[in-house]
Design a protein around this ligand. Structure first.
Ligand code: NAD
Ligand code: UFG
Length: 332
């Protein structure tokens, strides 16, 4: 297939580009570089031995999208492009709705104009809100507590309407849990600007001596050690989940699908610290800090639906996640 990856130079997009290229799909990267760097294209060339076409553009630029879809004879789109920081979305809701919701509408218009009807969308476990039960299966009720989550839910709802309107669409809404880790080569990974919001990149910078200590946000949650529990998934496993989703869509007779992409296993903040220390051989000093506003105690997936219907399962261990993160961090 000829697959357009919006947000293709971003963290999850570039790992997915590797997985698709290695499975002999033709990948085109489309990104405005607001949260990634052009050198990712060179790094992808080193990994895949192929120069992937890159278009610098914004998903809100419908004419440029249409031109790109036509010029590259695209048959399917994976839509990663968007803004993703929960705290920032509270400060800048308009930017989030503009990038995420308007960007998705622009993409749908471009796909409609070119007759392309296969779409994989990056959603998030955040659409489940505060879990009513665990593990979270795909029929758990949705709810949101911040503009980022609301933008994802709006897009999910729009996609359901689009699928309902025309049975030829093949849409997969993928709800990611907590993607971490890096490619085995250490060439691509997650390298946020400024001080990281997320746990794994923060731990990696503490281990590297770039930050003095980790703030553990709360140790009084109803979890085994009192710290927050999440379902961390290796980004390489997540990438292969996209490949599986594309394959499943090509065989499906149904227009709309929703899948959790997680491991089904939760780890606490302190378990993550311990695993990272073991993988890196470095100390990760931490302080217990107050709970972070908006955080939930535990969140992990019921991963059975993807296993059955996509024939996909995460296989990499917590140690793999920490070792690859450390390799990437050490190379920076
Ligand atoms: P990322 O920021 O590394 O990648 C997103 C890419 O999209 C970046 O390269 C950025 O430059 C680009 N982009 C943003 N707005 C754009 C626009 N208007 N036009 C063109 N390009 C644009 O983030 P990521 O972690 O790779 O996330 C990819 C997708 O997965 C996002 O939609 C995110 O919301 C979703 N997601 C991520 C996580 C996570 O924890 N990383 C969890 C759940 C869902
Ligand atoms: N944490 C700390 N210290 C830190 C950072 C995080 O203790 O410096 C804790 C959090 O309190 C939480 C856990 O580590 O218990 C994980 O936090 P992250 O910020 O790494 O991830 P979240 O689960 O809060 O959110 C992430 C993405 C969201 C996405 C969600 C579900 O940032 O966009 O996973 O997929 F919606």
């Amino acid at each position: 297939m000829n697959v357009l990856l919006t947000g293709g130079t971003g963290y999850i997009g570039c790992h997915t580009a590797v997985a698709l290229t290695q499975a002999n799909h033709q990948v085109v990267l489309y990104d405005n570089l607001c949260n990634s760097h052009l050198d990712v294209v060179d790094r992808l060339q080193t990994i895949t031995q192929q120069r992937l076409p890159f278009v610098q553009g914004d998903v809100r630029d419908t004419p440029l999208l249409i031109k790109t879809l036509q010029e590259h004879h695209i048959t399917a789109v994976i839509h990663f492009a968007g803004l993703k920081a929960v705290g920032e979305s509270v400060e800048m809701p308009i930017a989030y709705y503009d990038n995420n919701v308007s960007g998705s509408i622009s993409l749908l218009l471009a796909m409609q104009a070119t007759g392309i009807k296969t779409l994989v969308f990056s959603s998030s476990a955040t659409v489940y809100g505060d879990p009513r039960y665990l593990p979270l299966d795909e029929s758990h009720p949705t709810s949101v507590t911040n503009p980022y989550g609301r933008s994802k839910l709006h897009i999910e709802d729009m996609l359901a309407d689009v699928a309902q309107s025309d049975a030829q669409w093949r849409i997969a809404r993928l709800r990611y849990f907590n993607p971490v880790g890096a490619h085995d080569s250490g060439l691509i990974g997650e390298d946020p600007n400024g001080i990281p919001n997320n746990l794994m990149p923060y731990i990696a910078r503490v281990a590297a001596g770039k930050l003095p200590y980790l703030n553990v946000f709360g140790n009084d949650y109803p979890t085994p050690d009192g710290t927050g529990v999440r379902d961390y998934i290796h980004v390489t496993d997540l990438a292969s989940g996209h490949l599986a989703a594309l394959q499943a869509l090509s065989l499906s007779t149904q227009p709309l699908h929703t899948f959790n992409l997680g491991t089904g296993q939760g780890y606490s903040v302190l378990e993550m610290v311990k695993a990272f220390e073991a993988a890196s051989g470095k100390k990760v000093p931490y302080h217990i800090a107050p709970r972070r506003a908006g955080d939930i105690a535990s969140c992990y997936a019921q991963a059975a639906k993807a296993a059955t219907e996509l024939k996909w399962k995460a296989s990499r261990t917590l140690d793999d996640m920490c070792v690859s993160t450390w390799k990437f961090q050490s190379a920076r």
